[in-house]
Design a protein around this ligand. Sequence first.
Ligand code: ADP
Ligand code: F6P
Length: 324
Amino acid sequence: MAKEIKTIGVLTSGGDAPGMNAAIRAVVRKALSQGLKVKGIYQGYRGLLNEEITDMTARDVSDTISKGGTILYTARCSEFRTPEGQDKGAEICRRHGIDGLVVIGGDGSFAGAQQLAARGINTIGVPGTIDLDIACTEYTIGFDTAVNTAMDAIDKVRDTSTSHERCSIIEVMGRNAGYIALWCGIANGAEDILLPEKFDFDEQKLIDNIIRNRKRGKKHHIVINAEGIGHSTSMARRIEAATGVETRATILGHMQRGGSPTCKDRVYASMMGAYAADLLAEGKSNRVVGYRNGEFVDFDIDEALNMQKNISDYMVRVSKAMAI
Ligand code: ADP
Ligand code: F6P
């Protein structure tokens, strides 16, 4: 029989992402509207282990839907990777009457949620990361805002790159995944997109492409380089030496994680947060919320963590065709 849930907790973990506040707000208000109590846990699993736990009312999430970052703060916590840390986390949940927990974060955070579920705390994961690197879902909270922020910044670099007839290497985030790079590459009309999933580290091909495009009359050469490949500054030096084309590197960095969430991030994050609260109210545990084929769905965390996701070859081919 499903365990009856009276009080749920909510935390954000790993890198922050715009839209996390919309998800927190939705968890809080959907749970309260169903008669559950809600506790906010500050600073992810670190705050759980330090018992930084507070009661949350509907007013505590007022004026948050349009804000970037996370009002609950976030952290990475090595102690929680240990069985002792996980035992302590489950015990603290029990002591505070938290019988269900929503964890907003990425795969690492879900692995933590899985451990709490194994220790009798009902847990639900909500995918929050700008990287889009969670296999069970086509959408993750923050990706849309991050690519729009990066796209605007890259447009600006492109203006000056054209004026000076330069090559510009622009490095975007994404950890080991190339989704931000691929989407920006297409959105910004980049001449080259370097993806960790595809790059063979043959810089000569890149150099040949820059020289060929110069001959075709292109005034700039925009290279979007994914963080997973990195080394943009030294790459710029090598390219300039080999091509004679003035080359600059720009690393966009953490600006991609901030800012007011887009409409899509506000709406999808709200839906996912509400969906997670519903799953807990139904007594479900060890699930992760996803978005697939136009629907909000949920998967077993063990299954979700074993899924694979591949970057679309068709998108890559289209991006190359657009760069002639
Ligand atoms: P993300 O959730 O974005 O993938 P991390 O991989 O940094 O980010 O994970 C966030 C936190 O989740 C870690 O600091 C740690 O506290 C917890 N965590 C990560 N992996 C595990 C694991 N295998 N078991 C338990 N907890 C984990
Ligand atoms: O996972 C989100 C992300 O921004 C990645 O794109 C990046 O690799 C990482 O977090 C950066 O982490 P930190 O904020 O610890 O530098």
